[in-house]
Design a protein around this ligand. Structure first.
Ligand code: URA
Length: 235
């Protein structure tokens, strides 16, 4: 059988067997990622123990992922860290140099600042938060992740949300907030609006690195953190 027939045959076979779940292998990288991070629908019905197991599998898949060119230039992929069923999932843009070296999210100067923000509203990655990024590998020179790189990584984020089950999402920075909130406006505009991502309420705020560079952003961040805490308390 030639490749085209073989492919068509597999699609028909899948349609009959599983309601057309297999992705077209010729599609974009994101489809390849979706195959390694499959069936988020199933994650809604599993026990905490099973979610732990699936999350560990997902972390292993991310650590060995080669679905976009960033994998060729990373030292370590940075899947994320924190607890299951957290009050908040923090979503940043992508690992920096410190994270690329250690494999842990937000461990540099911005990470230490983020930890202070969380602590100010009784949150921490050890007890009631999960921290991750839009892309799991460091873009060279910390440039913005490219559309293809984001598209290849987003299925991992979606799967993390389904497995981790945060009550609220805190998106930090323009890149993360634009993607999570599905808009193309300024950080100042986004943070004033209410959004949901995958059914989870989102609070969008400035990136800790931006606030380290510009102290006048501290006040709006504090307002956003109070709003985040209020949502945690009533959800
Ligand atoms: N900045 C981010 O957006 N994410 C990290 O993990 C570190 C710095």
């Amino acid at each position: 059988m030639d490749t085209a027939h073989d492919h068509l045959y597999k699609l028909i076979e899948d349609y009959v067997a599983s309601g057309y779940r297999r992705r077209n292998p010729r599609q974009h990288n994101a489809a390849a990622t979706a195959q390694t991070a499959p069936a988020a629908d199933d994650d809604r019905v599993v026990t905490g123990e099973e979610r732990e197991r699936r999350l560990a599998d997902l972390v292993a898949a991310i650590r060995s992922c080669n679905n976009c060119p960033l994998s060729a230039v990373r030292n370590r992929a940075v899947p994320g860290a924190g607890v299951l069923d957290p009050l908040v999932m923090v979503i940043g843009e992508g690992p920096g140099a410190d994270e690329d070296r250690t494999g842990e999210p937000f461990v540099g100067r911005a990470g230490a600042f983020l930890d202070k923000w969380l602590e100010a509203v009784d949150l921490s990655r050890e007890t009631n938060a999960y921290i991750t990024n839009i892309v799991k590998c460091r873009p060279p020179q910390n440039r913005d992740p490219l559309p293809d790189e984001r598209a290849a990584c987003i299925p991992y984020l979606e799967r993390q949300i389904a497995l981790v089950r945060p009550r609220v999402i805190l998106s930090v920075g323009r890149i993360s907030s634009r993607i999570v909130c599905g808009v193309d406006t300024s950080m100042g505009e986004i943070r004033k609006q209410a959004f949901q991502y995958r059914g989870v309420p989102v609070v969008a705020t400035y990136h800790p690195s931006a606030v380290l560079r510009n102290e006048t952003l501290k006040r709006p961040v504090w307002e956003d953190l109070k709003r985040l805490r209020a949502i945690c308390d009533r959800s």
